[in-house]
Ligand binder design. Structure first.
Ligand SMILES: C[S@@+](CC[C@H](N)C(=O)[O-])C[C@H]1O[C@@H](n2cnc3c(N)ncnc32)[C@H](O)[C@@H]1O
Length: 367
């Protein structure tokens, strides 16, 4: 056991475990005269069997009499075990295996991406998709078709682009994005996505939007025209060599299809990278827990929510918090004691919103 912490507001306890080379938290929760021992969602390792072994070991060490258990180790595979699956944090130091790089946002079934990768073997295609089953499906296809020039990232494209260096990409494909007529803030295309796209595109590189929604088409044009310098071309009902499932559906319904191509006309400055998520001089002070806000704090473009506070002995805290962007928040634990403060297990992904939230957390802890 590497850590023991007790909740201020309830009867649950957290224990830190180092097992099989991984560090994570387990929760002990008394419930109706029995005790529930379970893994913590935020820090859980991907390897399910490792987790189950650790739970069995800890319940044994704590001398808990097991009344019921769903611990059966199985030979289930890890959800993403392919070398072509990349985590967003991998891009903090990544070697793009090819000189030419293109991106597809929201690849869905992956039909267009597989087609492009086959046609352009010297280009690396980075496919971004928030829908996990679609990402898993594409990884299967990559293995079946022995494709070596596609990377799959299961992350929000609006945040991911920040991780790419400037002037890297030849193309960014955005095919049939969800129009989100009633929730426009969820649209992939917005002014900050566009700004980032222009930064990561090489001069003469282009963003290709294809949509069946006339409303989205006009909305995108308006967004594109806000850029200081662009070259824009528009097409209606242009036939492509590959037709996705969505496009086939719209075609059957005899819907019009619109393409908007935005060409990047200038080279961008080097991206400013975030160096670290250190807490520098932040340390535990007596009664700090009483001064921390209990409700979420909302700021322009990000939030910070201290969700739960646990006490570690007499002079330390384990703090569970959510923060960062509204669409893809980070969930992390902080460990704070008389010597300093750190994120438990791993730091947040190095995006600008996470960094702004981190600075706000430092401010809160320094009150
Ligand atoms: C209507 S489907 C189109 C799929 C595919 N491009 C096609 O033409 O068949 C839109 C896809 O975008 C994905 N998506 C939506 N928002 C996204 C985001 N912010 N980042 C990455 N993918 C996103 C959805 O999960 C969905 O698979």
């Amino acid at each position: 056991m590497t850590l023991y912490a007790k909740s201020f507001s309830g009867s649950d306890e957290m224990i830190g475990i180092e097992y099989g080379g991984e560090e994570f938290l387990l929760q002990i929760k008394p419930e109706n005269k029995v005790t529930l021992l379970k893994y913590d969602k935020v820090t859980r390792p991907l390897n399910v069997n490792l987790l189950k072994e650790a739970l069995a070991r800890v319940s044994d060490e704590l001398g808990l009499e097991i009344l019921s258990s769903n611990i059966v180790t199985s030979n289930t595979k890890q959800p993403f075990s392919s070398e072509y699956y990349k985590k967003v944090e991998d891009f903090e130091h990544i070697d793009f295996s090819r000189k030419k790089v293109s991106v597809e946002v929201g690849f869905g079934s992956g039909k267009h991406l597989l087609y492009q990768a086959d046609k352009n073997p010297d280009t690396l295609f980075i496919g971004l998709e928030i829908h996990t089953p679609s990402a898993q499906q594409l990884l299967k296809q990559i293995a079946l078709q022995k494709r070596e020039n596609i990377w799959v990232v299961n992350y929000d494209a609006r945040l991911f682009l920040e991780m790419l260096p400037s002037n890297l990409c030849e193309k960014i494909f955005v095919h049939f994005p969800i129009p989100w007529d009633k929730k426009p803030h969820r649209r992939v295309i917005n002014s900050s996505f566009l700004k980032e796209s222009m930064r990561v595109l090489q001069p003469e590189g282009r963003l290709e939007l294809r949509t069946d929604s006339i409303k989205y088409f006009w909305y995108a044009l308006e967004t594109f025209f806000a850029l200081p310098k662009i070259e824009l071309s528009v097409r209606k009902n242009e036939a492509l060599e590959v037709i996705s499932k969505y496009e086939a559906r719209w075609k059957r319904q005899k819907k019009d299809i619109f393409d908007v191509y935005v060409k990047c006309k200038e080279s961008s400055q080097k991206r400013q990278t975030i160096v670290d998520f250190n807490f520098n001089i932040v340390k535990y002070r007596n009664s700090l827990e009483k001064e921390l806000p209990q409700k979420p704090l909302i700021f322009e473009g990000f939030f910070v929510h201290i969700e739960r506070i646990y006490k570690i002995e007499d002079d330390g805290l384990l703090i569970k918090c959510a923060f960062g962007s509204f669409d893809r928040p980070e969930h992390k634990y902080l460990i704070l004691n008389k010597n300093g403060c750190r994120y438990f297990v791993s730091s947040p992904v190095k995006t600008k919103v996470n960094y702004r939230a981190h600075l706000k957390i430092m401010e809160l802890l320094n009150v």
